[in-house]
Design a protein around this ligand. Structure first.
Ligand code: NDP
Length: 333
């Protein structure tokens, strides 16, 4: 697979260049709004070409797929242009700032017959897969509730558009709540139906929320409690799944790296659960390559990205208006 990178971003630098190459993908070029930044990125990562012209990049017949990791408001026009040019697309979350735009991306991919995936990395981790398998095995019985702890401290080098630019899709809800929505859907196999929520600016947010707490009701009656923040240096992350016959405690698993621990607690006692510790992002690229080759679906599809965005939008709306909000997933199913 021959890739082009749209966005000279940190996530591309830290994880995705390595993940693509680990799956034997070739990176042909990188695009940035700044020629200097594109060139520096290309030099640093030994990428043959760099530039600022999206059309020129998309006209390159050697490029099979693009990875989009620009700021959130740019994802839609860049993805639609890439799909129109016949390129498969792996797009960062949140797919868009509105549900309509995200749905348009999925429709464009369907019409073109191209693979369109969302880079929700957590469902690619060995830890989350082990939790999901435990739930599916029935060892905790009927799921009653899921608690998601995803309150972290945003390091200074990430404190740019995420904390001060609503226009670029800043705020903890588009940044982290989307991941938590995807995790809940992945584990429980159902979509949140309605949400209540509160949000706050607790030290970092300048015009956007930096913290949110919400409760989601699932169709089965299970309840989900979700906490996201940019301002919690020592809270750690994790999830708990509580069922009629047992509980799962997964600690430090809401991360970018294959770390953490899982414990199953039942009437028989406490049991440490092992899991595979592969690279999350490389696994996402592996599934993307397979989907392009006609073997299954990407780890998180475009529709998964639409649904995680729908939940995040509902959380923000519920918090802003102080009411319970039914999640609007639009017309796609
Ligand atoms: P960055 O702030 O690093 O990059 C976003 C854009 O900012 C880049 O495309 C770049 O624009 C511009 N930029 C980068 N460095 C500079 C600079 N020094 N001066 C001016 N502009 C600069 O964002 P992230 O990598 O943190 O996030 C990018 C996307 O990836 C977001 O959509 C985010 O939500 C997502 N993300 C996903 C993660 C996941 O695990 N799935 C984790 C982290 C982020 P240009 O391309 O024009 O150079």
């Amino acid at each position: 697979m021959r890739w082009a990178l749209i966005g000279a971003s940190r996530i591309a630098r830290q994880y995705m260049v390595g993940a693509i190459r680990a799956q034997h993908g070739e990176i042909l070029q990188v695009l940035s709004a700044s020629a200097e930044r594109a060139r520096a990125f290309a030099d640093e990562h030994h990428i043959p070409r760099s530039g600022t012209d999206l059309n020129e990049l998309l006209q390159n017949p050697d490029v099979d797929a693009v990875y989009i990791s620009t700021t959130n408001e740019k994802h839609v026009p860049q993805a639609i242009a890439a799909l129109t040019a016949g390129k498969h697309v792996l797009c960062e979350k949140p797919l868009a700032l509105t549900l309509k735009e995200a749905s348009d991306m999925v429709c464009a991919a369907d019409e073109a017959g191209l693979v369109f995936a969302t880079n929700h990395h957590l469902r690619c981790s060995g830890s989350h897969r082990a939790v999901r398998a435990l739930i599916a095995s029935g060892r905790i019985g009927r799921v009653l509730s899921l608690r998601l702890h995803h309150a972290v401290f945003l390091p200074p080098h990430l404190q740019g558009w995420r904390i001060n630019s609503p226009g670029a899709g800043g705020g903890v809800i588009p940044d982290i709540t989307v991941h938590d929505a995807d995790v809940a859907r992945f584990h429980l196999g159902e979509d949140p139906v309605s949400v209540v929520a509160q949000m706050a600016s607790s030290g970092l947010g300048e015009g956007v929320e930096d913290s949110a707490m919400s409760v989601w009701t699932m169709a089965s009656g299970a309840m989900v409690m979700s906490h996201e923040s940019f301002t919690h240096p020592f809270a750690g992350s994790g999830l708990e799944v509580h069922g009629t016959d047992g509980s799962i405690f997964a600690r430090d698993v809401m991360t970018q790296n294959p770390i953490g621990s899982i414990e199953l607690v039942t009437a028989s006692g406490r049991e440490a659960i092992g899991f595979d510790q592969h690279d999350l992002y490389a696994e996402g690229v592996r599934r993307f390559h397979a989907a392009v080759a006609g073997d299954g679906e990407p780890a998180a599809t475009g529709l998964d990205g639409v649904k995680s965005l729908a939940v995040a939008l509902a959380v923000r709306d519920a918090a802003a208006r102080g009411v319970r909000v039914e999640v609007n997933y639009g017309d796609l199913h």
